[in-house]
Write a protein that binds this ligand. Structure first.
Ligand SMILES: [Zn+2]
Length: 180
């Protein structure tokens, strides 16, 4: 069974398409948190961000910035650029999507959270955790753990194909465990 976004991409009858190129769609969905919300969807089915080929991620980021600037111009206020990544990140559809959400002051959208003051120990352990992770990343060049750059192969092939090539503790495998 196809995921919701793959269905939209194949049969965009009920979705407004603002922009389309070989890699991406920009769409207006009928289920949004607020009017004006726009969604960037890579055409190839990649469940989570870590599986997105880097050139597509770069394109998504540039486009998200452009769309955000356009929303600033059209609607004023601010924006949230949101990726719900993995189950714990609130992702419902197993296909990467970037939401650009227009914001107004006091709009009461449930996208605010008060920052928590970290204690010294939490601060230190968080720093150490990422420092170790980044050091490991440097030893293993990003290109080697990134998925293939092809945007046409199906996502079902990728995790299994990669499993044979990457070490068991690799970031990619950890990512696979987070799939929605
Ligand atoms: Zn999909």
């Amino acid at each position: 069974m196809k995921c919701d976004y793959c269905e939209i991409i194949e049969q965009p009858n009920h979705t407004e398409i603002l922009y389309e190129d070989t890699d991406l769609f920009i769409i207006v969905k009928d289920m949004v948190i607020t009017p004006g919300q726009i969604t960037i969807v890579p055409k190839a089915h990649h469940p989570i961000v870590e599986m997105l080929p880097h050139p597509i991620m770069e394109k998504c980021a540039l486009l998200a910035n452009k769309v955000s600037m356009a929303l600033f111009d059209i609607m004023g206020g601010g924006t949230n650029i949101l990726i719900q990544n993995g189950l714990a990140g609130g992702q419902k559809v197993p296909h990467v999507a970037i939401e650009i959400i227009p914001r107004k002051e006091n709009d009461n959208l449930p996208l605010q959270w008060p920052p928590k003051q970290l204690g010294e120990a939490d601060l230190e352990s968080t720093y150490s955790l990422y420092q170790e992770e980044l050091a490991r990343e440097k030893k293993q060049p990003v290109d080697k753990i990134a998925p293939a750059t092809s945007t046409t192969a199906s996502a079902e092939e990728k995790p299994s194909a990669k499993k044979e090539k990457v070490k068991p503790d690799s970031y990619l495998l950890k990512s696979v465990n987070r799939l929605p």
